[in-house]
Design a protein around this ligand. Structure first.
Ligand code: ATP
Ligand code: MG
Length: 480
């Protein structure tokens, strides 16, 4: 007996059951037609004592009820979709019962127990295991055994005529032959059904497990999407908060710095000790102002593609002053400064301050983190519709383990902190945000104690960016 749990399992999903039923209807067209064709052939060329006319009738009956199922299937799916799903279970059982009856008649017309085609009962059982619950499959196997046994016994006792296939008259009347045939038939049927249903049950359990996991996965995905949206929102709120706090703090601090500078001028001559204190206060205040400026820049970095201040920029021209100022700072520190630039450089569509911020951050880092006697090289090239800005130095470098953290807000390596150079750890976060917003690429290569190369590749005219900043960068205004 099947356990309660096995019985609770839905055999297969309704949609799949209906698809399989459709396929069996197609198969039945072939079998019905083959039976009819064989019968017609045997009317012309008799085979043993096969009842060809009865066989032809059965062929027509098979085609007839198959047409009925085909019609019902089509009609229900169009007109009564809700009944269509319920119909599947009933239709599967009804079709198999009719097939078993038809097969019994085919066997009766063509040799009874002596016809090797009695094996076809097994095919029906295989089909049943694919479609139905275990309990129903065993009931159908029972029905097949009852039908075949009745046929064989009725022919043995002479209550039904025997239409011999091979012209051997007596064998169907031998109780021993009949008994062996029936035992072999019943055991083959039950074994086939047992194996078939066991495999089908395991497959269905797996199908259900896969289905359950798929649903779970879909739930997780939805949850992940929701959390992601919340994170994006929280990030946006944090940015807004940064922006507001930095902005509100900047004005009073700038005013305080001006007052301190005025005070310093007044007391520098008269009170050297106080002047030193004020100078330190001013230096600290300047650091704080720099931090606020960085925070403000960071909060605006993602907006660099939306600003109305976009235009076609000649990068070499625009960066000239910054490069010269940084070259001076490098030489003052005792570094060699080199410059490599393609001439002419193509124009790039960008917000006017962005290129300056990028160059300033990268070159100032190189100068800051390269000890005296080292070398800094700034290059500006054009490759594949991109502006490539690269800064190479022979400075302190970054350890391999720290490389993934470079560009995270407030991250500074222990070597950078120990070098004594001031910094907030926001410069590269700003650079990365700006580069991402411009659909560009950021690359940081470094080796501890050897040096660093930072490369930024910016599309000259990214289509999405052009769409955002229309009409400030029109392609017809571009000059190469
Ligand atoms: P600031 O925000 O004032 O620029 P910072 O220079 O410390 O401060 P970032 O520019 O964001 O911050 O750089 C982050 C960290 O990356 C630095 O603290 C340093 O550890 C490392 N770094 C960046 N550029 C270089 C470089 N050229 N050589 C070695 N380390 C570097
Ligand atoms: Mg920096």
């Amino acid at each position: 007996m099947p356990s309660a749990r096995e019985d609770q399992l839905v055999p297969i999903e309704q949609a799949e059951l209906l698809a399989r039923l459709r396929w069996f209807i197609q198969l039945r067209w072939v079998f019905g037609a083959a039976t009819l064709a064989a019968a017609l052939l045997m009317i012309e060329m008799p085979l043993g004592r096969v009842h060809a006319r009865m066989l032809a009738g059965i062929g027509i009956a098979i085609l007839g009820y198959n047409w009925l199922f085909w019609f019902l299937e089509g009609w229900l799916s169009h007109h009564r979709p809700e009944a269509h799903a319920r119909y599947a279970d009933v239709a599967a059982s009804a079709q198999i019962i009719l097939d078993l009856v038809a097969l019994t008649f085919v066997l009766h017309a063509s040799g009874g127990a002596g016809n090797p085609f009695c094996l076809f009962y097994v095919f029906h059982m295989v089909i049943a295991t694919l479609l139905l619950r275990m309990r129903d499959v065993f009931m159908l196997a029972g029905l097949a055994i009852v039908l075949f046994t009745s046929l064989v016994l009725l022919e043995m006792y002479g209550w039904l005529p025997h239409h011999s296939l091979f012209g051997l008259e007596e064998v169907h009347k031998s109780p021993r032959y009949v008994a062996i045939t029936l035992v072999a038939f019943a055991s083959a049927m039950l074994t086939a059904v047992y194996i078939g249903t066991s495999i089908a049950r395991r497959l269905r359990e797996r199908e259900h497990e896969i289905l359950r996991l798929e649903r779970q996965l879909a739930d997780y995905t939805r949850e992940l999407e929701r959390t992601n949206q919340e994170l994006v929102k929280a990030d946006e709120e944090k940015t807004q908060y940064f922006r507001k706090v930095s902005h509100d703090l900047k004005s009073p601090l700038a005013a305080q710095q001006s007052l301190l500078r005025a005070l310093l001028i007044q007391i520098r001559e008269s009170d050297a000790q106080s002047a030193a204190h004020v100078e330190r206060a001013i230096a600290r205040g300047d650091q704080l102002l720099a931090l606020l400026n960085d925070l403000l820049l960071l909060s605006q970095a993602k907006d660099v593609v939306r600003g109305p201040r976009h235009e076609w920029i000649d990068p070499g021209d625009r960066l000239r002053a910054v490069i010269d100022a940084q070259a001076l700072a490098a030489r003052e520190k005792g570094l060699d400064f080199f410059e490599e630039m393609d001439t002419p450089l193509p124009a790039i569509c960008a917000e006017s301050g962005t290129l300056l911020t990028l160059a300033e951050n990268l070159i100032s880092n190189a100068i800051k983190y390269t000890p005296k006697g080292g070398r800094v090289t700034f290059s500006l090239l054009s490759r594949d519709e991109h502006l490539i800005m690269a800064v190479r130095d022979t400075g302190i470098g970054v350890a391999k383990d720290d490389l993934p953290k470079i560009g995270q807000q407030f991250f500074r390596t222990s070597q950078a902190r120990e070098s004594g150079s001031p910094g907030t750890g926001l410069g590269l976060a700003i650079v990365r945000s700006m580069v991402e917003a411009m659909h560009g690429r950021f690359d940081f290569q470094s080796e501890l104690g050897v040096g660093t190369t930072v490369t930024v590749a910016l599309p000259l005219a990214h289509p999405e960016m052009l769409r955002e900043v229309e009409p400030f960068c029109r392609l017809e205004d571009r000059r190469d």
